[in-house]
Ligand binder design. Structure first.
Ligand code: UGA
Length: 436
């Protein structure tokens, strides 16, 4: 099939390459010339495992190309919208200007029978509002939310755990669902559930999935707060809870909480939309989820302050991690970077290292010191703070060897990812989040 993908960020670039890899002819389109120039040369503009290889392979196959020229969408019959929907400045709502611009830009190139498939995360009601403009051209709008996780985006796109298609009612909707079934034929052939819904349900599946995941993380972080005043151990608590198959252990990792370009802004946009709908109280708990989440960042910084005797002024603190999670160079709303900035604000001499995210971090927080080499970053530290659970810190950092590099053997484990016994045995004072 001939596909266009409008928006070549974390979502669109991966979607374009992944769709080419399953045999479609794909044109990826973005207004950012630098990004398109990189993609066209087979260079991933961000770190995503497997993407670089996939781009090279699919560009060579001739099935994938990139352009800034929207008119090239006219060669395709299915058009995916994968542009960003960031948080609006000064508000909790989602900023839909890029979605609107993508749809408006695409309109002149749509033909009767074309399918426009929205993948961006949008407030419920958006598809209904966009549809009339698209229908006028004879094309049909479907809402096809994306559930990929950064770090696993390639696999999540090629082999998702479910596919959702929000379609209009009637034969047009049925035909549109059939077209999407054809697009995703490889996943469907391996029994991936394909759910057909109305627009509102499809939009809600996405935001409620992220709201649920955020709530699960904040739940365990709330338990960490209780653990801190009772002497309980939140990691053991999570292990025990996780054995209940109804609860499950995943997303019960207590620590400095969630960040990234999705969960934080999605729960806020959901609250804002619910309020617009006069139903704010239904999701008012999401405000609490957000508040718990942000408290944990402050808590991690406080642990460092306390461990250093109540004042970090002039002290050297090495922060291991800047990305919002491992296997990513994304620093959007990164809890790791936030904690580093807080400590810098308190007067500490903060050195940050990360295997992939230094360049992105430096761009937004240039006041911090960045060192690419982990051991060099550790040299002379009065305290070490682990805030992104990269293998380089979690499993590959030997506490004895690290102890020889630092000035003070104090480690604050913001992700509860280190073995406290090993670190204490090597002479370190270990502080976890919600652990005695
Ligand atoms: C999230 C969702 O997991 C995807 O399903 C969704 O498609 C995506 O948002 C999106 O809306 O595009 P992602 O932002 O890549 O994916 O990251 P997650 O793996 O969900 O992690 C989010 C944050 O939660 C990270 O900062 C991570 O460190 C934190 N986290 C995760 C915890 O603090 N504890 C956990 O137990 C799990």
């Amino acid at each position: 099939m001939r596909l266009s993908v409008i928006g070549c960020g974390y979502l669109g670039a991966v979607h374009a390459a992944a769709m080419a890899s399953i045999g479609h002819e794909v044109v990826g389109i973005d207004v950012d010339e630098a990004k398109i120039a990189m993609l066209a040369k087979g260079k991933a503009p961000f770190f995503e495992p497997g993407l670089q290889e996939l781009l090279t392979q699919e560009l060579e196959s001739g099935r994938l190309r990139f352009t800034t020229d929207l008119s090239e969408a006219s060669s395709a019959t299915v058009h995916f919208i994968g542009v960003g929907t960031p948080q609006k400045a000064g508000s909790y709502s989602a900023d839909l200007r890029f979605v609107n611009a993508a749809v408006d830009g695409l309109l002149p190139y749509l033909k009767p029978g074309d399918i426009v498939a929205g993948k961006s995360t949008v407030p419920v009601g958006t598809a209904q509002e966009l549809a009339p403009r698209i229908v006028e051209t004879g094309a049909t709008l479907v809402w096809n939310p994306e559930f990929l996780r950064e770090g696993f985006a390639v696999n999540d796109t090629i082999a998702p755990d479910r596919l959702v298609a929000g379609v209009p009612s009637g034969p047009e909707g049925e035909r549109a669902a059939d077209v999407l079934r054809e697009v995703y034929h490889t996943a469907i052939a391996t029994e991936t559930p394909f759910l057909v819904t109305d627009y509102a349900t499809a939009e809600l599946v996405k935001v409620s999935a992220n709201a649920f995941l955020a709530t699960k993380i904040s739940f365990i972080n709330a338990m960490a707060e209780i653990a801190e005043v009772t002497g309980a151990d939140v990691t053991q608590l999570a292990d025990a809870l996780g054995h209940d198959a109804r609860i499950g252990r995943r997303f019960l990792g207590a620590g400095i909480g969630f960040g990234g370009g999705c969960l934080p802004k999605d729960i806020r946009a959901f609250s804002a939309r619910a309020e617009e709908l006069g139903q704010g109280e239904s999701v008012s708990f999401l405000r609490e989820v957000d508040a718990i989440n942000l408290r944990r960042r402050a808590r991690a910084a406080q642990l460092v302050v306390d461990a250093l005797g109540g004042d970090v002024h002039g002290k050297s603190v090495t922060v291991l991690g800047a990305a919002f999670k491992p296997h990513s160079d994304d620093i959007r709303d990164s809890p790791a970077l936030d904690v580093a900035v807080r400590l810098h604000g308190l007067g500490a001499r903060v050195t940050v290292t990360d295997p992939e995210a230094i360049e992105n971090a430096r761009r937004v927080q240039p006041q911090l010191t960045y060192v690419a080499d982990r051991d060099e970053a550790l040299a002379g530290a009065d305290a070490v703070l682990v805030v992104t659970e990269w293998d380089e810190y979690r499993t590959q950092l030997d506490p004895t060897a690290a102890g020889d590099l630092v000035s003070g053997k104090i480690v604050v484990d913001g992700r509860n990812c280190l073995d406290p016994v090993r670190w204490r045995d090597a002479g370190w004072q270990y502080f976890g989040m919600g652990r005695p």
